[in-house]
Design a protein around this ligand. Structure first.
Ligand code: GLY
Length: 556
């Protein structure tokens, strides 16, 4: 550090102590999974919007340009920090089960789980929460109007956007399901085929829908003309939505979970996300180790053992807290971590089968995340989803609303592994109006000198990715290092350590195998993390977008 910067640190530190003891801000930043969405956020901040205005613009733009990841027909979680009073808030805009949903709706007459029904088409779709989330942000936090904040997304939908390699990959994965729905195929495919990079996707109907949401402040979507058209389309295709389900939908405002890893404050997602609880459990376990002193293979082993135990508890206890009692306080206590850590050996893997047996489950695959800070220090970490790429692969005819398949995040049948091999039992069973358990984990980390705003998509692996990068941050990593970190994952069952392509060295693989871990290399990389780090002393900002995705970050 130069002497001038050293002196500046002290001057800023002194001012920040005198001035309410918190960060002095100057720079703004947006990091999202698509350059057009990042630009939409910058446009709104430059026009006088704050971080919450920008969050509306970025979320809506992502709904247009990343239709495989999130959308108006989906939901998500927004973790907010308002600088003026230092409060943190969690906006739960998660989808919820329609009123006609039943615990056995995806089972056939022999009681067998028919996965197709929970993944594709009208029965897979839960009641969307994202439009209500945007309206909530607009009514409670925004400087600009909803119409101004939705304008970039409306423009992108109307004028179209050019697809890239990621679109091609995601559409390739879901092309068979998309072909089954004429309206969706017309919008998202090129004459029934996967569009090559450079194809222009125009979404006139979605532009009209966004206009209508802007003009009616969401009312058309939750009970008006749009609601009627969506319900008619879904019911005529065999679905179970009712207008009342949309009328009754509301966002839930929850208190974020707060914990400490030594002196680093963790502010993260409460149920119906499983992310905050599992993240805090794992960090509480790992706090017992001086992680810096271990070789990387033992470090990975210890983190895996923490993941194993946190995911076990997730499967056993987590669900929608408005329907089941989730022992959040007990699970996130240091005493519980003592108990969990007591069975960890430095040298030997614990077979998952030797841990107490569970009862619950969950999943997910695509999804998106963005992070924002404005020049005042307001922050947003938002993770949004329609579940697997292109959700239910069905649009409500004439509305451009691509439906989620978030119903598949419920436990459709106790102890039956889902697409990702996750198991579960009753806490996450289907019930009318219940929200499916999620892994989405938008998180803030507040250290003595730096603050991180972070999150990622990635289904069940979201939590392990956030854990790995949180540990990186705690050990001093930059945003670029945090998003680039090699990823490994253990989710209790199946009992194996997954790692991304080339994620472990030969030495690490041998060392972990020797400790008794079963290893499984993924055929590709995974995750799409977006991180902003604020220097608490001088207010400077650094940001990074995951090199595995096509996103971008700006600081200005
Ligand atoms: N649909 C992904 C998740 O919420 O975990």
């Amino acid at each position: 550090m130069s002497y001038a910067r050293y002196k500046l640190h002290y001057i800023f530190a002194l001012i920040s102590v005198l001035w309410c003891g918190d960060v002095i801000r100057a720079e703004s930043s947006v990091a999202s999974a698509h350059p057009a969405a990042t630009f939409a956020g910058k446009e709104i901040l430059d026009a006088g919007g704050n971080a919450f205005d920008a969050a509306i613009a970025v979320a809506a733009a992502l709904a247009v340009v990343e239709p495989y990841s999130s959308g108006i027909g989906g939901g998500g979680f927004f973790l907010l920090h308002t600088q003026k009073d230092g409060t943190n808030l969690f906006v739960d805009a998660r989808e919820e089960a329609p009123s006609k949903a039943t615990a056995d709706m995806y089972l056939d007459s022999s009681g067998d789980f028919i996965r197709e029904r929970s993944l594709n088409g009208p029965l897979a779709a839960a009641i969307p929460g994202l439009p209500a989330g945007l309206v909530y942000l607009s009514e409670n936090f925004a400087n600009l109007t909803l119409h101004e904040n939705l304008a970039p997304a409306i423009r992108l939908a109307r004028e179209g956007f050019l697809t890239g390699d990621r679109y091609e990959k995601m559409a390739g994965y879901r092309v068979a399901a998309l072909r089954l729905n004429k309206d969706a195929a017309n919008i998202f495919l090129d004459e029934g085929n996967v569009p090559k990079a450079g194809f222009r996707v125009i979404q006139e109907d979605l532009a009209e829908t966004l206009e209508s949401i802007a003009v009616s402040n969401g009312e058309s979507f939750y009970g008006g003309d749009l609601a009627r058209r969506m319900v008619n389309s879904i019911v005529s295709d065999g679905g179970i939505w009712r207008i009342e389900d949309l009328k009754n939908y509301e966002v839930k405002i929850r208190q974020p979970l707060v914990s400490f890893y030594h002196d680093v404050k963790i502010i993260s997602s409460p149920p119906p996300s499983s992310g905050g609880v599992a993240l805090i459990e794992a960090l509480n376990i790992l706090e017992r180790y001086d992680l810096k002193k271990y070789e990387r293979d033992t470090y990975i082993h210890l983190v895996v053992e923490a993941m194993r135990r946190a995911y076990r508890d997730r499967a056993d206890y987590l669900g929608d807290p408005d329907f089941v009692k989730v022992p959040v306080k007990e699970l996130s206590s240091k005493a519980h971590a003592d108990l969990l850590a007591s069975s960890i050996s430095d040298t030997k893997a614990t077979p998952s089968s030797s841990l107490p047996q569970i009862g619950s489950r969950q999943k997910g695959s695509d999804t998106t995340h963005f992070s924002i800070v404005d020049s005042l220090g307001n922050r947003v970490a938002a993770t949004l989803s329609i579940n697997i790429p292109f959700g239910a692969a069905m649009t409500a005819v004439g509305t451009g609303v691509l439906l989620n398949n978030e119903m598949d995040d419920f436990s459709a049948k106790p102890f039956t592994p889902n697409t990702y091999g996750l198991v579960g039992a009753n806490a996450n069973s289907i019930a009318p109006g219940k929200r499916p358990l999620s892994s989405m984990t938008p998180t803030f980390l507040e250290g003595s000198d730096r603050i991180a705003i972070m999150g990622t998509p990635g289904g069940s692996r979201i939590i392990s990715m956030v854990l790995i990068s949180a540990l990186d941050f705690i050990m001093g990593a930059t945003p670029a290092e945090m998003v680039s970190s090699k990823r490994f994952h253990h989710q209790y069952l199946p009992d194996q350590v997954y790692f991304e392509k080339d994620g472990l060295t030969l030495f690490e693989k041998e060392a972990l195998s020797k400790k008794g871990h079963k290893l499984k290399e993924s055929s590709r990389n995974y995750g799409n993390m977006q991180v902003i780090v604020i220097d608490k002393v001088d207010g400077s900002v650094d940001a990074a977008s995951d090199p595995r995705g096509e996103g971008s970050s700006v600081v200005w």
